[in-house]
Design a protein around this ligand. Sequence first.
Ligand SMILES: Nc1ncnc2c1ncn2[C@@H]1O[C@H](COP(=O)(O)OP(=O)(O)OP(=O)(O)O)[C@@H](O)[C@H]1O
Length: 256
Amino acid sequence: MAEVALSKVSRSFGENVALDDVTLTVPDGAFVVLLGPTGAGKTTTLRMVSGLDVPDQGRISIGGRDMTGLTPAQRDVAMVFQQYSLYPHLTVRENLEFPLKSPVLRTQRAEIDRKVGEVAEVLQISHKLDNKSTALSGGEMQRVSIGRALVRDPSVYLMDEPLSSLDAKLRADLRVELKNIQAMSGATLLYVTHDQTEAMTMATHVGVLDRGRLVQFGTPREIYEDPVSIYAASRLGSPRINLLPVDVFGHAPPLP
Ligand SMILES: Nc1ncnc2c1ncn2[C@@H]1O[C@H](COP(=O)(O)OP(=O)(O)OP(=O)(O)O)[C@@H](O)[C@H]1O
């Protein structure tokens, strides 16, 4: 497994600054949640780490190796998106096997069967292995997407709101499963969500992004109890914090 480090990473799209001088270290084996409103730069950060996009400035390393110019295939990362992208003409088993059949990995047949079986069991989809992926419910499809990342056993998982399209019950179930899988495998996980509960319950660390800048990084408890700003305080907590105007002597003005 591996530490992920971004050092002074910037990325703009025309006039639009998506990431502005971000320095962030995701410790080896950590479950880091990136929080921030829409447009804060969360997906751009994941895309930089995955190699789907490259920084204008700065460096990205994984496991101490500089990855800045390398392709996604050279980085040993697996990405799960909000929209599951399964091959509709393949069965669940074939979808799960697909990443292992890459010419780069050259995984043996017995090893493929073992990994697919193991992952299907963890994600509770063993009974669906021979179904076409189009015959699955949304929750099952997302399990298969997550499974496709898990079979590869990468050093880093990147997940972009993987649970947001699921119903509340499934989301709650998969939250627990993902947390357990991460804890058991010791994998490093960088995870984007808008969901406060996910951040508070799953993360070992939270990074708060504001318009492309990393404004705070710490454990959920540190950010909840000692936010650096009202902005950071407003990112964590469900229900959200109450903000009351007070004067410098600490007296609240009378309520209207
Ligand atoms: N390919 C692109 N071309 C132009 N602008 C882009 C591109 N990708 C991202 N941006 C811009 O960069 C900024 C950050 O986008 P990003 O997708 O990283 O935000 P986000 O925090 O993931 O938002 P959301 O929660 O809506 O997914 C936004 O202003 C977005 O419009």
